[in-house]
Ligand binder design. Structure first.
Ligand code: NI
Length: 180
């Protein structure tokens, strides 16, 4: 097992749509194992392949019920609304209250080519939506409202300029919100 470096905001790999997976080979199985290890090490509740620099449609997750791996995932149905303080391993230390559908039905396949069909609620549903966003090249900052987004961009620009911490405006304190 190996631990990957997690790509962070500003890395162009996070902004590209990942490619469908046609075949599962030994390298892909190893990638999935290493992604799970990387997710636990971070720690986070989900990790998508682009976050480790791989442009393929695959994510791993564990919201407390053991690890799962989904290939070529998509949301087949969604309903309700749920507000949750959402973070991202690629935007470390920050999180925002974001409203998204409360329930989703996730369709995909596993590493053996079996169909996956999961009715997810709350945290699991949020995790699935967040990881699929990553596969589309969409980051959490694009799910924020206007005010949150302005605040986020100010903080992230400050980081990019590497200003001394005291000069960053609105720097959020490090917190234990669960990253994805
Ligand atoms: Ni994320």
């Amino acid at each position: 097992m190996a631990i990957y470096d997690i790509r962070t905001f500003g890395d162009p790999v996070l902004r590209q749509r990942a490619a469908d997976i046609e075949d599962v080979d030994a390298a892909l199985v190893r990638l999935a194992d290493d992604m799970i290890e990387t997710m636990y090490e971070a720690p986070g509740v989900g990790l998508a392949a682009p976050q480790v620099g791989v442009q393929r449609r695959l994510f791993v997750y564990d919201v407390g019920d053991g690890p799962g791996i989904v290939l070529n995932p998509r949301i087949a149905e969604s309903s309700g609304e749920w507000t949750y303080e959402e973070g991202c391993l690629s935007i470390p230390g920050l999180s925002w209250e974001v409203i998204r559908p409360k329930q989703v039905r996730l369709i995909g396949t596993d590493l053996d080519g079996n169909d996956i069909d999961i009715d997810a609620d709350e945290l699991l549903a949020r995790c699935f939506q967040h990881e699929i966003d990553h596969l589309e090249g969409v980051l959490l900052v694009e799910r924020l409202d206007e005010e949150q987004r302005k605040d986020a961009m100010r903080i992230l620009r400050g980081r990019a300029l590497d200003l001394p911490a005291g000069e960053r405006i609105g720097q959020a304190t490090a917190q234990s919100s669960q990253g994805h």
